[in-house]
Design a protein around this ligand. Structure first.
Ligand code: SF4
Length: 351
């Protein structure tokens, strides 16, 4: 009996150590260094709220452009239910369009964005419906089914799943935000979380070792290392910036002195039908590019070039890879015209 307890403790020790190291790493990554200052992102908070009254409703059903959704605006009185402003009553204007449409009634629960200005004043805007309770109930049902049907293994799988989510949220994303090289950290986090999760599920065994190797090997077999790196870097670029590294005061010369003017650079067309057609053309053209986002065409990403092509401001052959294919086809055609089976002669001509 004593030997069995000792054996179990010895097997649990490495897992406890790994969990302690992961927790310590997560705490260390969440600290704010002395040379770091909170960025503007800290001024934006999300909170749940309840619509206490619909003060005005200027929305109407639109069957032509919005598939029968109501578009227009509503004046709402809301009560904040969570966060720093809990309990406060605010009024917000809820704008409803074909694409952004949160149509609410009195008593509905919503998620609001609360933005705090430099002078300390703040305002709310409607972000989405609050589906927290429904999602929570489904999650509980999922956890219960996993435990009831899977028994000990189900609980192990659940622990592994929670550990993986924790590793992504508290270690991988903070590392990416802090500029740690994306590919090694992603491989490292996936290796550690897969190993720990599978040991939770199946204990120490050859099967577990094979499964861990399979998981880590899967991460390493990316279709193209450069594409993987570019995608991870893009993920980092669009993560909410939680910190910056300004070591001194921003000089006055860098502050805006004049009002910014709105320029509708993202608007494709005034005509909704035409804009939707252009969006689908952008998707199609973007799909024909390699997706490297290398910037060699002068656009910051393949999608930006596709937008420029659709707007008539660029050509598909501005992508160096498309251009190379076109030159190859021309070379092959020239070679064929010259009676050569291969396009080698044509390529020489083009050179
Ligand atoms: S050159 Fe091609 S691959 Fe590179 S960003 Fe432009 S469209 Fe994308």
């Amino acid at each position: 009996m004593k030997d069995k307890i000792l054996h179990t403790l010895l097997r649990a020790l490495p897992m406890a150590l790994v969990l302690a190291v992961l927790t310590g790493t997560a705490v260390w990554l969440s600290r704010m260094g002395e040379d770091e200052t909170a960025s503007d992102a800290i001024r934006l908070m999300y909170a749940s709220a309840e619509v206490t009254a619909v003060l005005a409703d200027n929305a109407q059903e639109d069957h032509q452009n919005s598939e029968g959704r109501r578009v227009g605006d509503q004046e709402l009185e809301i009560r904040i239910l969570s966060g720093d402003h809990k309990g406060e009553i605010m009024t917000v204007t809820n704008y409803m369009s074909a694409l952004f449409n949160v149509d609410v009634d009195q008593g509905d629960r919503i998620i609001v964005r609360i933005m705090t200005d430099e002078d300390g004043s703040y305002y709310a805007s409607v972000f989405n419906y609050d589906r927290g309770i429904v999602l929570g109930v489904f999650l509980l049902i999922f956890f219960a089914l996993l435990a009831v049907l899977g028994g000990k293994k189900g609980v192990g799988a659940l622990a592994g799943l929670l550990l993986t989510l924790g590793c992504i949220w508290f270690i991988l994303i903070p590392c990416l935000i802090r500029g740690v090289p994306a590919v090694p950290v992603t491989i490292g986090v996936s290796a550690v979380s897969a190993a720990a999760g599978l040991i939770f599920l199946n204990g120490y065994s050859k099967k577990t070792l094979c499964a861990v190797c399979g998981c880590v090997g899967g991460v390493l077999t990316v279709e193209n290392a450069y594409v993987a790196k570019a995608r991870l870097q893009r993920l980092r670029r669009y993560l909410p910036v939680s910190r910056n590294h300004l070591e001194q005061e921003v000089r006055d010369a860098l502050h805006w002195q004049t009002d910014l003017e709105f320029a509708p650079v993202l608007k494709l067309s005034d005509d909704m039908e035409q804009a939707l057609q252009m969006m689908s053309d952008i998707d199609r053209i973007c799909g024909s590019f390699p997706g490297l986002d290398c910037g060699s065409c002068g656009a910051p990403s393949c999608r930006s070039l596709a937008e420029d092509v659709v707007k008539g401001e660029a050509k598909e052959s501005d992508c160096i890879f498309v251009l190379r294919e076109e030159i190859r086809s021309m070379a092959d055609a020239l070679g064929a015209m010259g009676g050569h089976a291969s396009g080698e002669k044509g390529r020489e001509v083009l050179k």
